[in-house]
Design a protein around this ligand. Sequence first.
Ligand code: SF4
Length: 354
Amino acid sequence: MKKFHTIIQKQLLRWYDANKRDMPWRQTNDAYKIWLSEIILQQTRVEQGLPYYNKFVNKYKNVKAFANANESEILKLWQGLGYYSRARNMHAAAHQVVEWHNGIFPANYDELLKLKGVGEYTASAIASIAYGLPHAVCDGNVFRVLSRLNANDTPINSTEGKKVFFHLAQSLLNHQFPSQHNQAMMELGALVCKPTNPLCGQCPINTFCVAHQKNTIDKFPVKSKKQKSTVIYLHYFVFEYKGHTYMQTRKGKGIWQGLHDFPHVEYTGKEISPEQSIQRIQHTLAIGKMDVIKISQEYKHILTHRIIIAKFIQCTLHKPIDTKKYSLIKIKKAEINKLSLPRLIEKYYIKELQ
Ligand code: SF4
C-alpha cells in the first residue's frame, strides 16, 4: 500500500505542476491570503471567487486591516456570495488573530481551529499551504476523488463518511510536500475527476483507480438522501412615500444578520394571500391608507435546508412611517444598492427598481 501511495503522490505532483490553473493564491504562502481564498472558495467556484479575492486583498492588505474594517464594508464586498455568516465569522476571526496572535495566523492546526469560522478543512488548508504542515484537506473534490479511487461507497455527506474519507486523505498525504499534494488533489477533482463525465483517460492516477478499473465510476461518490427543505414565504413591502422607501437592518442570529431588507411578513410551510399580508403590515406599522401598485412575480432563493419564496408588493403611502418607532431606515430607492443586501433583495433591485 505504502509503495502505491508513493507512486500516486509522485504522479499527482507531476500532473499538478504541468496542469494547475494559475491563481494568485497559488503564488503566496501568506496565511492571511490563503485563509481569504479558502473561505471564498467554499462559497463559489474558482472563476467566480477570483474577483472577490482580488477585491478583498486590494482593500485589506493584511489581517490587521481586515480586522479594523467596518462589518458593513465587509458584508458589502461579500455581497453576491451568500451565507453572510461566513463574512461575519471572518471579521471575528481577524480580530482573534490580531488579539491572540499579534496579527499572525498561528502555525498550528489546533490553534487555527479555535478561530471563528475555521473548521477542519480550512485549518488543514492554512496549516499545509501556508506552513507546510502535514494535514490533509478534504473538500468536495477530494471526497469525490477518494471515493472513486477506492470505490468506497460510504456516503460522503454522512458523519461516518467524513471520518472515513478524512482518514483515507491523511494516509495518502505526501508529508514532504503537503501543500502541493493537497492542492493537486483538489485540482484533480475540479479539472479531471469531475462530478459528471470525468476525464479518466487524462487522469494521472487512473491505473490505481478501482472505480475506473471496474467501470463503476457512475456509482461513486455515494450520497445519503437529503433532508427535506422547509419552505419559507416572504411578502416584502416596497413602500413609497415622496421618492423614499423604507428598509430595516436584520437583527438576531439569522443568516441575514446585519444585512438590509424591506419590511415584510413571513410564513413557514404555508403561503397566505398578499391581501392578508397587506392587512397585517398595515396594522403592524400603523400605516393607514395605502395604494398597492404592483405585486411582483415569485423570487426563489435556495439554501441548504430552506427554500425562500418571496413576492415584492409595491405600495404608495399616504403618510410617512414612524422610522424611530419601528426601527426602519428611510432611503431613496436609487440608494438601496449602497446598503449590504441579501442576494434575494439584490436580484429584485436589479430587475425591478434600477
Ligand atoms: S480514473 Fe477517473 S474516476 Fe478515477 S480518480 Fe481518475 S478521473 Fe477520477
